[in-house]
Design a protein around this ligand. Structure first.
Ligand SMILES: NC(=O)c1ccc[n+]([C@@H]2O[C@H](COP(=O)([O-])OP(=O)(O)OC[C@H]3O[C@@H](n4cnc5c(N)ncnc54)[C@H](O)[C@@H]3O)[C@@H](O)[C@H]2O)c1
Length: 354
């Protein structure tokens, strides 16, 4: 069972798990269209799932509907649950704090408790976020290199580990509702012994993502280059660093966890240091691939709480699941995204919106 099955991550996970022989039961009520208006509508994604996944079954239940979720899990008895349904935006959260918390925190609790009643042995994978660390990563001493910031503390040479504090920093309301869910998922593992894990994602990306200015940095940056559109850099001299992971590598990890689950685990999932790049470095890579100069403007004001440098320490994931690893290099990720945008933008407007 995949919640948020029509979303960015959920739909990729559905397709990947179906390829791995799982029968897919999707749950998504298209709440994204309520959060973001018509641009957020995911009906097209539902059609894509129905076309591409033989035997795909869908429920448009709201995860806030506690009784409904309880009945659904008791009926379906899923072999594994991948929870990606969420209100995913910082900016929206401040405008709709109750919808945000009720979806992200209470919706997650509804699913956990229903799973405990119906199928406590089934692995439960929760998509958390690196925003649970709030802006605390910005307190690590940084060094300024020619094109990027980097940590100036050997303790973080491999990136941010799962032991990093999630406390006493600024998260945004979205980050706070995701912290509540993250801790509850851990608790169902630790207190009840259920096979749960939280995946604290960095930048999850790939050719099927439709990046927009505030969400999906790499996809949006590539789109701007291909379209000759101006990209706005928000502060930090354009040297802010993100690690990028292809959605298939995320899905591979989910399969690995479901095959050999553990209880109450937390993993930082991202591309790691090797797949990290700054905005300036991303410009150079995309320009080389497309042969087009990147147009940009610089605003000397960073986004509130934006990380100066963030890359995930992948050593815990690798030690628990040694067969898992990053299969797409940063160059592969760029090539696939460039190719996808060139293809999408060459289509007639009626087909190109997604
Ligand atoms: N995209 C990223 O780079 C990224 C990075 C880190 C973490 N994450 C996390 O991964 C998860 C998925 O993110 P995404 O980018 O795919 O978001 P998304 O908005 O594309 O997908 C979420 C889906 O959940 C559905 N949904 C929302 N509220 C619902 C409700 N009440 N009941 C049923 N369905 C509901 C929406 O309709 C949407 O299709 C989120 O928890 C997010 O915090 C994403």
């Amino acid at each position: 069972m995949i919640t948020g099955s029509c979303g960015l991550i959920g739909s990729e996970v559905c397709i990947h798990l179906a390829r791995n022989g799982y029968q897919i039961f999707g749950v998504d009520n298209n709440e994204r269209a309520v959060f973001f208006g018509p641009e957020g509508d995911t009906s097209w994604s539902l059609s894509r799932l129905k076309q591409n996944i033989p035997g795909y079954v869908h429920s448009d239940l709201d995860i806030r509907n506690r009784a409904g979720i309880g009945q659904l899990l008791a009926q379906v008895l899923p072999q594994a649950i991948v929870h990606t349904a969420a209100q995913p935006s910082h900016d929206r959260a401040a405008a709709i704090p109750f919808d945000d918390f009720e979806t992200n925190a209470v919706g997650t609790l509804n699913l956990l408790e229903s799973a405990r009643q119906a199928c406590p042995e089934s692995p439960f994978v929760h998509m958390s976020t690196n925003k649970v660390y709030g802006d605390l990563p910005n307190t690590i001493p940084m060094k300024e290199l020619a094109d990027r910031w980097d940590y100036d503390d050997p303790a973080f040479a491999h990136g941010i580990p799962e032991t990093f504090s999630i406390d006493q920093s600024k998260h945004s309301l979205f980050g706070a509702s995701k912290v509540a869910a993250d801790v509850m998922v851990q608790e169902y593992g630790r207190y009840f012994g259920m096979p749960t894990c939280c995946l604290r994602g960095g930048c999850l990306t790939g050719p099927n993502h439709s990046g927009v200015e505030l969400h999906g940095f790499l996809s949006y940056l590539v789109r701007c280059n291909v379209e000759g559109r101006e990209y706005k850099i928000f502060g930090y001299k354009g040297k802010q660093v993100r690690d990028n992971i292809h959605s298939e590598d995320v899905a591979n990890f989910i399969v690995a966890f479901c095959d050999a689950p553990r209880a109450g685990e937390v993993y930082n999932i991202g591309g790691g240091k090797e797949n990290s790049c700054s905005i300036l470095e991303a410009f150079a890579r995309v320009e080389k691939l497309t042969g087009k100069p990147q147009r940009s403007t610089y605003l000397d004001q960073n986004r509130i709480g934006d990380h100066i440098c963030y890359y995930s320490d992948l050593r815990k994931m690798r030690s628990h699941y040694p067969k898992w690893g990053i299969t797409r290099t940063l160059q592969n990720v760029f090539e696939e995204i460039v190719e996808a945008w060139q293809r999408k933008l060459a289509q007639p407007a009626s087909q190109a919106s997604h």
